[in-house]
Design a protein. Structure first.
Length: 209
């Protein structure tokens, strides 16, 4: 394996990277297809799920998440566990802002949503803004990334971006970021709606090399 060397302030060609250098490659760990499911959980060590120090970050991709129930402020949200999924109530602090454009071009906006932000809360955190419509063509798609969940020194950071087709025929993208305020290892994560079931969804879990 050739290493980078410096000569007269120039670099030689690199033919390979050391094995310890992150590549950013995604390894599919688990794919779950929901159908009238109350919740979708990924628990370390269960059903082939790996959520430990094997990877320094994990990405969850949501594909066409569709609710069974339409109600004001029905949230597609998530929480994490430090006890193998017995409890999903890890303390978190987060931010939430959104951008929207109405299908009929009647309005558009970009704003911070203080009601969706968390301040040392143990509630589930919303990944969308407002409610996804239950029309057959309405759904939400996006991703959530959690960093170093198995670490026992630092808090656990996360970011997410999810776009939804809102019940009012609005294109709504929500941006979230925050941290789980725990030095315990996170070993499980759960997704669900605040009301009703997940009528349809594909959620894929990846480890980031």
């Amino acid at each position: 394996m050739a290493l980078v060397t410096v000569s007269n302030n120039s670099l030689t060609a690199v033919t390979a990277l050391p094995a310890s250098v992150p590549t950013g490659a995604l390894t599919l760990i688990k794919s779950i297809t929901a159908s009238s499911s109350a919740s979708i959980s990924f628990v370390d060590g269960a059903s082939g799920v790996v959520l430990d120090d094997t990877y320094k970050s994990y990405i969850f991709k949501f594909i066409n998440v569709h609710p069974s129930t339409e109600a004001d402020n029905t949230a597609f949200h998530f929480q994490c566990s430090t006890d193998g999924g017995s409890n999903y109530n890890t303390t978190m602090t987060s931010t939430h802002f959104r951008a929207a454009n109405y299908e009929d071009d009647s309005d558009r906006f970009l704003s911070y949503n203080v009601t969706q932000a968390q301040s040392q809360d143990t509630d589930f955190a919303s990944l969308i803004n407002g409610s996804i419509g239950t029309d057959n063509d309405q759904s939400a798609s996006g991703f959530l990334q959690i960093f170093n969940p198995a670490d026992t020194t630092f808090v656990k950071h996360f970011i997410s971006t999810v776009n939804s087709y809102n019940l009012n025929n609005v294109c709504m993208v929500a941006y979230n970021g925050g941290y789980f305020n725990t030095t315990s290892a996170i070993d499980a994560i759960q997704f669900k709606f605040s009301a009703g079931n997940v009528d349809n969804a594909i959620i894929k879990m990846y480890g980031v090399s």
